[in-house]
Design a protein around this ligand. Structure first.
Ligand code: OAD
Length: 250
């Protein structure tokens, strides 16, 4: 008996979830967190990505986020982001759950998304809690301030903070009801994102992992494909990785 190929499986699926991590942006030359040259090898998360660090030295924290914004502004979505954006247009119920804050999925055209860890391109007022898009690169002054006078913080999840309630609820519900879950470029070490494939699997999803190396998810995955996401996804997804050609109007 031959197993259906992934694109055939997806075409039969009612609901598909894609979970991504920093590895999906690696081929866009955006650093991952835990690889050989990863951000957490060069910086201490406690100094840059906690509410306490921001309370101690908001300028230092903002310098790091402004540096990342400047770097990412010069990067482009790669073939993996593009394949995921195309896939969305073929599936009736689709959710991209990303741990990435770089905005490259959106720039590639993804729309049905849950950004679990927030976005580098949004800021939040410390006093009013209002969230606004901010694309200025570089930021004209650090730390930036809200019109109300209070400092703004990056709208990202820091260590010790809860995930945005709507995003995690949406991701959990989708994991429980999807037929296929594709897990791309995550070390699967950070909770609760790392549990989503287990939730999917427990509810009957077919779980496919794409990564350079084995992760804690590999043992539960139905298929693991080792290699670069930008090479593997277009191959695995076939025509589903291509933008849909618009149907000519009569
Ligand atoms: P990590 O840096 O922990 O893991 C990146 C994963 O991508 C690793 O498993 C790599 O093997 C894999 N990888 C690297 N290049 C790849 C490529 N070209 N194709 C496929 N896979 C590749 O990043 P995350 O799992 O995203 O959280 O980390 C999760 C969270 O930890 C981040 O969102 C961040 C961090 O602390 C916050 O900042 C809240």
């Amino acid at each position: 008996m031959t197993l259906p190929t992934l694109d055939a499986r997806i075409l039969q699926a009612k609901s598909v979830v894609v979970l991504t991590g920093a590895g999906v942006s690696a081929e866009s030359n955006v650093p991952t967190f835990r690889g050989a040259d990863g951000l957490w090898r060069r910086h201490r998360a406690e100094d840059l990505a906690t509410p306490e660090a921001f309370g101690r030295d908001p300028r230092l924290v903002w310098e790091w986020y402004d540096w990342r914004r400047q770097l990412i502004a010069t990067r482009r979505p790669n073939a993996a982001h593009e394949a995921i954006a195309a896939l969305e247009t073929y599936v009736p119920e689709f959710l991209l759950v990303t741990q990435n804050v770089d905005g490259l999925h959106r720039r590639a055209g993804s729309r049905r998304m849950a950004e679990l860890h927030g976005s580098l391109w949004r800021v939040r007022c410390l006093a009013e809690e209002t969230v606004t898009e901010n694309l200025a690169v570089p930021l004209p002054s650090l730390p930036p301030h809200c019109a109300c006078g209070a400092p703004l913080r990056p709208d990202v999840v820091w260590f010790g903070e809860a995930l945005p309630t709507d995003a995690i609820r949406q991701a959990w519900d989708a994991a429980e009801s999807c037929d296929v879950m594709l897990v791309v470029g995550t070390s699967a070490l950070v909770q609760p994102a790392a549990s989503l494939p287990m939730v999917g699997k427990a509810h009957g999803a077919y779980v496919v992992e794409v990564n350079l190396e084995a992760t804690p998810l590999t043992r539960i995955a139905d298929e693991t494909h080792y290699g670069k996401a930008g090479e593997i996804l277009p191959r695995l997804l076939g025509t589903l990785a291509q933008p849909r050609t618009p149907t000519p109007s009569p």
